[in-house]
Structures are given as structure tokens and as C-alpha cells.
Ligand binder design. Structure first.
Ligand SMILES: [Zn+2]
Length: 485
């Protein structure tokens, strides 16, 4: 039974293999949409049969574009031949740093550019697979500037026969509506021949795209795993917290669920590496699906507060899996206690804030994730102790409702203030202030003892007579009205 450790090791290995893709089938464009008086920018994309080149045409209407910007400057060399498209002949444009300035004399003419999607092996942003290319829109969608409020952004695709687009963007009479978050936050997209199905969970649609030929006879098991993982979120939220999610499954040699990531650009997306020979046992044991989907229920946090976004996701993954019946109560507590133990041993002596900022260099993921999880536990129990019946659950539900899809990045301070205001308690702000600028791991000893969680592993016991035993059971109990399956 793999503990999270194995995934963390794999995470550092797999980062270089991943790439963001996208979802959705693109109907052919019809240039007849009436948008009223709002300015509009329409992108037409054509992809060649080998999935090696994407040609873009960007046409503004009632809007004078000043520039088109590449949001991943390190891949700038992939963007070729920016030009003004004119009947009398194209006029070349040139990049200045990471943007193409557009001369004021264009008079609203369309702009063209090409993007090199090949060769394979580039790693994170573009990866070619079996009859598909995983190519993040960040690479091929140049961001128009300015973007006045109310501007409509739309896109259409001309694709080779049998090839579909997988994108998180909502469909639209012209193909897709491109949310402005596609220009400001990282996203995923893919083109190719692939399996796709729509799952319905808690009032939301999960657009599931399995790249690389899918999972064959294992496909129903993989579908069930994703359905269960998404249903676990209803153990916290009233239904699934966002109306639509693209789930991009990237098969990889192996029999386990691997690394995953949650992305927000253009729409909520999870991308998860799944072993092409994944076993039912590995799917039953998996926590990555719940963890990544949980991220989509909270707003984006500042990179320096990764300890909070990862801590909440890590803590609630065990809580929600227990409530959903995927873990028994004993196992869930054991997993949490074991994580706290590992996290407390894996620091580099930095403060929690600094450890979060540096974690991709130091690989101190265990410290960052589990310190955040420990602080989540401390906050949750303290709130319940003070009579806030469902602890952190209530504020997190409200946070999902107001802000899960916010383009603004939240700070830990904002989150703490939000929770304390919603609960009428002064709990989270002082807790974070106490630990954020310290190097020692949050002390859970007293709280675990009060809950009656004693020892670890096979030695672990859950004491029925502990002062907070009732709180402990309530935390892991199925939520009324949830979808337990
Ligand atoms: Zn995470």
C-alpha cells in the first residue's frame, strides 16, 4: 500500500514528462454570430495532418489591438512569422521581447502567426503521443492587449479528419468562447484521436478525455475511479463545486495512478497521469484524483502560500475519502499522523513561508504539504471545539461559492481573515501568524491526544473515551445529502 512518499518521489521525476493538454470538440466556425456592440476578437486555428504546425488568424472587431503577447516567453522560438494579413500581401511583424507590437496602421486587419508544435520531447508544454499532441494553449494562444472589459473572445478550429480538440473552454456558436482566464492562468489542451465521455457528478459535468488510445478493457474502472473521486467532493460541498471540469487522463507505462495537476486557465481542469495497465487496487488506493479535484474548489493562492493550498488539499483528501467510504476512520487518521511525522522530518530549516517559496529547488514537498495539512487540522479542531459545528467545512463551502473561479490569487492572510469572519472566531489568523515565520513543524500532539488518536500504524488506537472523541468521529462521518458511492 503505497504511502504518499512514493508519489512525491515520482512527482519530481514526472514533472519533466508532463504536458498540459485541453478538451472539447470544436464545431466549425460560422462568422455570423452577433455580439452586439461589444468588441470582439476571434481566433481561427488550423492544424496540419501531422499535428506539427498550428496556424492562427486573429481578427479584432471594434477593437484596436496594440500587441499580441506570448505568456510562456521561454517557448517564444516556437512562434513563427507574425504578420498582418492583407489581400495585397502579408506584412511581416516582429517580436519585441515577448510581444508582437501591432502598428496603428493595421486598421483592424487580421493578424496571422504560426506555432511549431513539433518535434516531440520538449517536456512540459508540448508532448506528442500516440495519435495526439498535448499542447497547452499557453504555447499557441497569444494574448491580445488591451482586453477591455466586455470584449468577447472566441475561437474556432479546422482540424484534420478524425482529430478533435480537447480544451476547457465552453462551446459557443462560433466554436468556443475563450474565457479571459485563458490569457492569465496556466491551462491544458490536446489535439488528436481520443476517447471522451461526459460524467455527471453533483450537478457538474466532467468532460473526461483519455489520450493515447484510452484504457481499453480497464476504461470502465478508470471511469468509476474518476466518478468516485469527484463524488468525494460532495462530502464537503453542496454538489460539485464548479459546473464543469475537463479531466485529461494521460496514459503512461505502469500500473498505478501517477502525478496530477489542477489548472484553471480557460476553465477548471485536472490532468492526471494514469498507468495504462492500472490495477483496480491502485485505483481504489488512489488519492491523486480527490486531491487535484479539491484544488478546483478553492481559489488560486499566491505561490508563496503553496503550503496553504497544498495543505488544505492534503488534509481534506484523507477527510473526504474517509467520509466517502474509501478509507476507514482508522486508516485515515493513520495516514494523517504518518504524513505529519514525515513532514516534520523533511524540512531544510527554513521558515514555512520560505520553504514554500523554495520547495521546487529544495524538494521539501513533504514539509510544505504536511505542515499545511497540520495547520488545517489545528484550525478545524479548534473551530469545532469552540462550537463551530462543522469546523472548516462551512467557510470552505462559502469560499468555493464566491471565489473558486476567481482570477485573483489569494494570500494566506486573506484566507485566514475570511474564515475568522465567517465563523466569528479568532482562530485562523493567530494560528497562521504563530507558524508561518517559524521553522518548526506545527505541533499536533495535544490535539491528536484530545481527539483520542494514539500511536501510529498497527499500534494506532482511537480512544472512545477521549475528550474530543465525538469531534473526531464527526470529522470523518459521511455528510448528510452527499453522494456516497
Ligand atoms: Zn496539490
Amino acid at each position: 500500500m503505497a504511502r504518499r512518499e512514493s508519489l512525491f518521489v515520482r512527482l519530481t521525476v514526472c514533472l519533466g514528462l508532463l504536458l498540459p493538454g485541453g478538451c472539447g470538440g470544436a464545431p466549425a466556425a460560422k462568422a455570423s454570430a452577433v455580439m452586439g456592440d461589444a468588441p470582439e476578437v476571434h481566433y481561427s486555428f488550423v492544424i496540419d495532418a501531422e499535428l506539427r504546425t498550428l496556424s492562427a488568424t486573429v481578427c479584432p472587431r471594434d477593437l484596436r489591438l496594440a500587441r499580441l503577447r506570448m505568456t510562456v516567453p521561454e517557448l517564444l522560438e516556437r512562434v513563427r512569422r507574425p504578420r498582418i494579413l492583407r489581400a495585397a500581401g502579408d506584412v511581416p511583424l516582429t517580436f519585441e521581447e515577448d510581444a508582437v507590437p501591432i502598428a496603428s496602421a493595421t486598421d483592424g486587419a487580421c493578424i496571422g502567426y504560426d506555432v511549431d508544435l513539433g518535434p516531440p520531447g520538449e517536456g512540459f508544454w508540448i508532448t506528442h503521443g500516440d495519435a495526439h499532441v498535448l499542447a497547452a494553449p499557453d504555447v499557441w494562444l497569444l494574448a491580445p492587449e488591451p482586453r477591455p472589459r466586455g470584449t468577447h473572445f472566441t475561437a474556432s478550429f479546422t482540424l484534420p479528419p478524425g482529430v478533435r480538440a480537447a480544451l476547457p473552454w465552453p462551446e459557443d456558436p462560433r466554436g468556443y468562447r475563450v474565457p479571459t482566464s485563458a490569457f492569465t492562468m496556466r491551462s491544458a489542451g490536446a489535439f488528436g484521436q481520443f476517447e471522451r465521455e461526459t460524467l455527471r457528478v453533483g450537478g457538474a459535468e466532467l468532460d473526461v478525455v483519455a489520450l493515447g488510445g484510452g484504457f481499453g478493457e480497464r476504461a470502465p474502472l478508470v471511469t468509476e475511479w474518476l466518478q468516485k473521486s469527484a463524488s468525494a467532493l460532495t462530502q464537503l460541498h453542496d454538489g460539485f463545486p464548479v459546473p464543469r471540469v475537463m479531466a485529461l487522463l494521460v496514459p503512461h507505462p505502469g500500473s498505478e495512478v501517477g502525478f496530477g495537476m489542477a489548472l484553471r486557465g480557460g476553465g477548471p481542469t485536472v490532468m492526471i497521469i494514469v498507468g495504462s495497465s492500472v490495477t483496480p487496487e491502485a485505483l481504489d488506493e488512489d488519492w491523486v484524483g480527490v486531491h487535484e479535484l479539491f484544488h478546483l474548489s478553492a481559489p488560486r493562492f499566491l505561490p508563496s502560500d503553496a503550503w496553504l493550498s497544498e495543505g488544505l488539499a492534503t488534509y481534506y483528501t484523507d477527510i473526504l475519502r474517509a467520509r466517502a467510504g474509501a478509507l476507514d476512520e482508522h486508516r485515515a487518521w493513520d495516514d494523517l499522523v504518518d504524513g505529519f511525522r514525515r513532514g516534520s522530518r523533511r524540512g531544510t530549516g527554513r521558515t514555512l513561508r520560505q520553504e514554500s517559496i523554495d520547495m521546487h529547488e529544495t524538494h521539501a514537498y513533504q514539509r510544505v504539504y504536511w505542515a499545511g495539512a497540520a495547520l488545517s487540522l489545528l484550525a478545524d479542531v479548534e473551530l469545532r471545539k469552540r462550537g463551530v459545528e462543522d469546523g472548516l467545512d462551512g467557510p470552505l463551502r462559502e469560499l468555493a461559492r464566491c471565489c473558486a473561479r476567481s482570477e485573483e490569487a489569494w494570500s494566506a492572510e486573506q484566507f485566514a481573515k475570511f474564515v475568522d469572519e465567517k465563523t466569528g472566531q479568532s482562530v485562523v489568523q493567530p494560528l497562521f501568524e504563530r507558524y508561518l515565520d517559524r521553522a518548526d513543524f506545527p505541533d499536533t500532539t495535544e490535539v491528536l491526544a484530545a481527539l483520542g488518536v494514539n500511536g501510529t500504524g498497527r499500534e494506532m488506537t482511537l480512544a472512545a473515551e477521549a475528550p474530543r472523541a465525538g469531534v473526531r468521529s464527526a470529522m470523518m462521518a459521511p455528510r448528510a445529502g452527499s453522494t456516497r458511492r
